[in-house]
Design a protein around this ligand. Structure first.
Ligand SMILES: Nc1nc2c(ncn2[C@@H]2O[C@H](COP(=O)(O)OP(=O)(O)OP(=O)(O)O)[C@@H](O)[C@H]2O)c(=O)[nH]1
Ligand SMILES: [Mg+2]
Length: 293
């Protein structure tokens, strides 16, 4: 048996969370077409005949503009230091850019083994994929290259096989039935945020944070009551999240409740409050309170 931690890093939208969900077969991490969906480290666990891999999903590495951006990058830099192997994800449907290059510097500093994973194979030609591979190899020594598509499943089994030789020998690190190790309160907050991302556009999604303030299990009723706050930065955004006569918040609440009921197999009572916290993304203390507590 081998087991260990594998960091999944890449620029925003590279397909990190989608890949981890495809590998675990569960929705461990929320996904959206908008950059900077993931905001903290999320572990996704894969059990395999050869052992156990604990994937660590990370926020997209980018040029930070505010305290939130600095925090997101610090999560990536921190993760890179504490794993057995790095998967550097490069979006196969885009050109290599400044963000990829910034991240390459971080990976080099770590001196850890790194596999290059070119994602979204279904969207790119063989020529594009091999050109990207050559471009990365010029600036970053990698231990191997795998082209994958999380949508078609191509390359996923091969990726798992290529990971194991880099993991130390040892027993599983987490119980076999566990897919992720974060609590229901955080899963609920993420699911609510995902519904906001799915239904709102332009600047609103980036300005939204969700915090579950209270979660109470009522086993006698087979029910879980969840109270959450949705933070936005401006009054105008609050109006958008609430919608005409509360139609948007009702939609977000219904979608989140349905998914939480599916996830837990229990009835969910969900209450959402929308609050304005001006410029919260620029306030380091608030960002840390949200994502580190
Ligand atoms: N066609 C195709 N689309 C993909 C694939 N993987 C991811 N996507 C899409 O790419 C977008 C971004 O995916 P995410 O998994 O959220 O990307 P991420 O790297 O986690 O993004 P951040 O958390 O924002 O850094 C979504 O719209 C996905 O559906 C793939 O293999 N093929
Ligand atoms: Mg993500």
């Amino acid at each position: 048996m081998r087991s260990g931690f594998v960091a999944v890093v890449g620029k925003p939208n590279a397909g990190k969370s989608t890949l981890i969900n495809a590998l675990t077969g569960k929705k461990v991490s929320i996904v959206s077409e908008k950059p900077q969906t993931t905001r903290f480290k999320i572990r996704g666990i894969v059990n395999h005949p050869e052992g156990q891999i604990v994937f660590v999903d990370t926020p997209g590495f980018h040029k930070p503009k505010d305290a939130l951006g600095e925090f997101l990058n610090s999560q990536v830099a921190g993760t890179i230091k504490e794993v057995d192997l790095i998967l550097f994800l490069v979006d196969g449907s885009r050109e290599l850019n400044e963000e990829d290059r910034l991240l390459i510097e971080e990976i080099k500093k770590s001196q850890l083994p790194c596999l290059l994973v070119i994602t979204k194979k279904d969207l790119a030609s063989t020529e594009t994929l091999s050109a990207l591979e050559q471009e990365v190899k010029k600036v970053l020594p990698v231990e191997g290259v795998i082209n994958v598509s999380a949508i078609t499943g191509e390359g996923l089994d091969l990726l798992l096989e290529k990971i194991f030789p880099f993991l130390p020998e040892g027993p599983a690190l987490y119980p076999e039935e566990m897919v992720t190790d974060y609590p229901l309160s955080i899963q609920a907050a993420e699911i609510i945020r995902e519904k906001v991302l799915m239904n709102l556009h332009q600047e609103v999604p980036h300005s939204v944070a969700v915090s579950v303030t209270h979660l109470e299990e009522k086993p006698e009723k087979n029910l879980i009551a969840i109270y959450a706050e949705i933070y936005v930065e401006k009054d105008s955004q609050k109006k958008i999240v609430i919608g005409r006569e509360g139609s948007m918040i009702k939609k977000i609440g219904t979608l989140a409740r349905e998914e939480l009921e599916y996830l837990t197999g229990k009835k969910i009572f969900l209450e959402l409050y929308v609050k304005v916290k001006e410029k919260w993304r620029e306030k380091e203390a608030f960002v840390k309170k949200l994502y580190l507590s």
